[in-house]
Design a protein around this ligand. Sequence first.
Ligand SMILES: Nc1ncnc2c1ncn2[C@@H]1O[C@H](COP(=O)(O)OP(=O)(O)O)[C@@H](O)[C@H]1O
Ligand SMILES: [Mg+2]
Length: 252
Amino acid sequence: MNEVLRIEGLKMYFGGLKAIDGLDISLYREETLGVIGPNGAGKTTLFNVICGVLKPTEGKIFLNGEEVQGKSSFEMARKGVARTFQISKPLRDISILDNVVASLGINEYTGFKSLFKKSHSKETVDKAMMILRRTGLEDFKDKKAGEVSLGYLRRLEIARALAINPLLIMLDEPCAGLSNFAINEVIELIMQLKEEGKTIVLIEHNLPISMKVCDRIVVLNYGQKIAEGTPKEIQSNQEVIEAYLGEDDDFA
Ligand SMILES: Nc1ncnc2c1ncn2[C@@H]1O[C@H](COP(=O)(O)OP(=O)(O)O)[C@@H](O)[C@H]1O
Ligand SMILES: [Mg+2]
């Protein structure tokens, strides 16, 4: 099996708070790995460490066999690590199309210089349009990102992730706060990415969604892995059920 990402003995401490406390995780090509766990379990912190926003306190991260822990988020994006945010962070004052063009720029220009170019090559715009079609955003291309609803922003984030031609896509609660209709649209998009053979890590607090979408699930609690397995194995794991007890989400 082709290991895209390997995490070994990862720790991320904030002072005395052990947000990640000795994690080992592997992710294989074309796999969709779910990361679940109660609020505060360390899921977002894990993403921040993998994508270079945070430097880990200890441990190693290998991307396609190369040691990458501690590299900047820009370097990690260039290496093909794409992530979306629990709280959407598009460039709000520019159009949906330009948001995707700017992300394409990570491969084609340095930094965000692409944003300040007056015109882009037809090839770049065509590429951006193709991504907007894939993510169902074509009709909204001229709207400013700050003007569209959260469901579209989440899809825009996925579009921007696709624009860097990612080795792996990390989605942080892409369905949080959405209507059932918008949730189904995001799930459909993720299923489509899976069919295209993308390698995905999905943080999802809503268990039925991760059960449906993921091939394998890792369960975190207090920064540690308390279980790992197929959705079916996870669903019947007593420790997992206990970690979730007292939360008001359904465990279906
Ligand atoms: N930058 C930070 N500084 C201090 N504490 C943090 C920081 N980021 C996260 N934490 C803490 O780390 C723990 C894990 O948070 P987080 O990774 O956001 O959990 P989750 O995404 O699973 O809900 C929480 O206790 C949170 O308060
Ligand atoms: Mg989180």
